[in-house]
Design a protein around this ligand. Structure first.
Ligand SMILES: Nc1ncnc2c1ncn2[C@@H]1O[C@H](COP(=O)(O)OP(=O)(O)O)[C@@H](O)[C@H]1O
Ligand SMILES: N[C@@H](CCC(=O)OP(=O)(O)O)C(=O)O
Length: 376
């Protein structure tokens, strides 16, 4: 008699989540020759529609625009330069959106296209605006289909990979689960094409993922992120309280059904408020404050405000109200926060204890309420 199957809490949460973000990679939507694979796209839509029919709201983050645009433009390999990628995305996104509209139409489901640039999440007002759009689309019963707005994103402000975009969107829409679908059926301790590579069924925190080899990328050459970006995105969502399942797109039905496939990531942190998540993970930092060891301990371990006395150096150009990174003496980012001084004011103040500060400057440099520790 075989042992009873124990379904972890994380898998149960994925299976029962009322709102789910599903991300699918380019390699899972395209044929070996390039171009969209209608059969695979329909199979994915079957699984999403089935989850919708069971009462969940689904936001689909779909890659594939660049891959879908190659064949129509007569390009045989994924281009490396941004301009050609953008041209391909411009053509391919249209094909992709059309294919989803038709495919979801088989279930009388309406899709809404949402193309995001990094600006839409790094600026607080844009973040709120995107939240409202998603909320209304879902309330109206539509399935939002999301991609990066590749055609206009510049090299500096690109998300770069849709795994991270999906983790940010999962928090933005208040999803209770994130499902990452790829051409590989789970996370392995090394690339599954390596003989002897073993499947990992559950990951709790970075320590569990420490020995995993993610150096190789997919065989198709169409994906951008590889396993490293999926792990980073899964950790990001899990650290913000969202359970994650990484599974094969070919297993989408099970991944979105009983969630008994792939690798589950157990939430490792409390669900952060939208503001704190934005501050910690999405906002663009304009500068850095280098902290001594005592200040790092106060900010990270004791959750205190950052005072001028613990700052060793100031880097970058910023104004009071901007987001800055707080780094330790080794340069590791330990927290992010909203700074209460302009960069030009700080050099005269750092290292001084409060009684020695001019009265008009006697306040926290970053208040504890405006600070998110990143090192645990
Ligand atoms: N440790 C690992 N576990 C699983 N897959 C891995 C690992 N290391 C590398 N890979 C590779 O990562 C690929 C998935 O990344 P990618 O092709 O970018 O996917 P997608 O297009 O779905 O974003 C897999 O096909 C696999 O070959
Ligand atoms: N935005 C790009 C995809 C970027 C990306 O992350 O791709 P993938 O690694 O296949 O999920 C596109 O639509 O082609």
């Amino acid at each position: 008699m075989s042992a009873p199957v124990t379904v972890s809490q994380a898998r149960r949460s994925v299976a029962t989540a009322g709102r789910v973000v599903v991300k699918v990679g380019s390699s899972s939507l395209t044929t070996a020759e390039g171009g969209l694979d209608a059969g695979r796209l329909d199979a994915l839509v079957d699984a999403v529609a089935s989850r919708c029919a069971a009462g969940s709201q689904v936001v689909l983050v779909s890659s594939g625009a660049i891959a879908a645009g190659l064949a129509p433009l007569g390009i045989t390999r994924r281009p490396r330069d941004l301009a050609t990628q953008q041209a391909a995305a411009s053509v391919g996104q249209l094909t992709l959106a059309h294919a989803y509209a038709n495919s979801f139409g088989r279930y009388a489901l309406t899709v809404g296209q949402v193309l995001l640039t990094a600006d839409d999440v790094v600026r607080r007002s844009h973040y709120r605006n995107a939240q409202r759009t998603f909320s209304r689309l879902l309330a109206l019963g539509a399935v939002p289909v999301v991609n990066e707005n590749d055609t206009v994103a510049t090299a500096e402000i690109r998300f770069g990979d849709n795994d991270r975009l999906a983790a940010l969107v999962a928090h933005l829409v208040g999803a209770e689960a994130l499902v990452l679908l790829s051409d590989v059926d789970a996370v392995y301790d090394a690339d599954p094409r390596t003989p002897g590579a073993r499947r990992i069924t559950e990951i709790t925190g970075h320590a569990d993922a420490d020995g995993i080899d993610t150096t190789t990328t997919g065989a198709s050459g169409l994906g951008t992120g590889g396993m490293a970006s999926k792990l980073a995105a899964a950790h990001l969502a899990a650290s913000a309280g969202i359970p994650v399942l990484l599974a094969g797109a070919a297993d989408a039905f099970h991944a979105l059904g009983k969630a008994d496939v792939g690798t589950a990531f157990v939430p490792t942190g409390p669900r952060l408020s939208a503001r704190r998540f934005w501050l910690g993970h999405a906002a663009d930092a304009s500068g850095r404050l280098v902290l001594d060891d005592g200040a790092v301990a106060a900010v990270v371990d004791r959750r205190r405000s950052l005072l001028a006395a613990g700052i060793m150096a100031v880097e970058g150009v910023f104004d009071a109200g901007d987001v800055v990174e707080l780094v330790d003496l080794a340069g590791e980012v330990v927290a992010r926060g909203v700074v209460a001084f302009d960069a030009t004011e700080l050099p005269d103040l750092i290292g001084l204890s409060s009684p020695n500060l001019p009265e008009e400057h006697r306040r926290e440099v970053v208040h504890a309420d405006d600070l998110v520790p990143l090192r645990h």
